[in-house]
Design a protein around this ligand. Structure first.
Ligand code: 9D3
Length: 243
């Protein structure tokens, strides 16, 4: 997967994605990231890329020219069509299903706005998808683009190790994950649940499923209608809801 990010803050994007799993994936050539500074495409002697909004109003609007030329440069480098994803609070809300779809692409171009947004005319010309990461207000599209790149990259073959990939593949039946414990057996007077020390794999599996169901009921009851439960798990859930 090749990512291109059109931004006024290229170092923020590069720095933020070079650690840990994504750093290794880049070294291995599984993904690549090119952050393109929109300012480099200014034709203004001061390198300005924004101006006052026609019709008045607060703040500044990013001009269409620099964004258009930055996008053309990236498209020329790619050599064929690619989706241009505009990060905007007005977009469709990103989720795991959208990540799965986008992970099928060879290249993705992210366009990040700042100030009060970008001149509508270049958006009309270039943007194929408008995406938000949720209903809260940030200062720009860079963190949202980084969130999407992080999420999509996990789905690129080879980025995660075998164990991690198996977790993605395995069907979690729309439940939250069960709690995890490691050494020591006792921490500040709290013991690891005995069943996990028993070595009885069927009991462990059952306990984990029940913990997942309990947590989902407590924390994300909205997921339960789509959860896949066995008859006896359904009874366990009914018991929790009554008790
Ligand atoms: C200052 C203009 N605002 C009017 C209330 C609208 C606004 C535009 C741009 C508010 C924030 C931003 C900056 N955010 C993004 O560019 C953004 C974003 C977000 O803020 N939340 C969730 N997803 C995204 S994707 C891009």
């Amino acid at each position: 997967m090749r990512y291109y990010v059109l931004t006024l803050f290229p170092e923020m994007v590069e720095q933020g994605l070079k650690t840990s799993i994504l750093g290794r994936a880049q070294s291995q050539g599984l993904i690549s990231l090119k952050a393109v500074n929109i300012r480099d495409f200014s034709e203004n002697k001061h390198g300005h890329v924004d101006d006052y909004p026609y019709g008045g109003g607060a703040g500044m609007v990013m001009q269409p020219g620099p964004v258009y030329r930055a996008c053309e440069a990236v498209e020329a480098e790619i050599g064929h069509g690619a989706r241009v994803i505009y990060m905007t609070p007005q977009g469709r809300v990103f989720d795991q299903n959208m990540a799965k779809e986008l992970a099928k692409e060879e290249e993705l171009i992210f366009l990040c706005g700042h100030y009060e947004g970008i001149d509508e005319r270049v958006l009309e010309q270039k943007v194929t998808d408008c995406v938000s990461i949720g209903d809260y207000v940030l200062t720009g599209g860079e963190l949202p683009a980084m969130v999407m790149i992080d999420c999509i990259s996990r789905l690129v073959p080879g980025v995660l190790n075998n164990d991690q990939s198996a977790e993605i593949e395995s069907f979690h039946d729309n439940l939250l994950e069960y709690p995890q414990y490691t050494r020591p057996e006792e921490f500040m007077g709290m013991r690891v649940p005995e069943v996990l020390l028993s070595g009885h794999h069927a009991n462990i599996e059952r306990w984990r499923r029940e913990e997942s169901i309990r947590r989902t009921l407590e924390r994300r009851p909205d997921l339960l209608p789509d959860a896949h439960l066995t008859d006896r798990e359904r009874e366990y859930l009914d018991g929790l809801q009554k008790g």
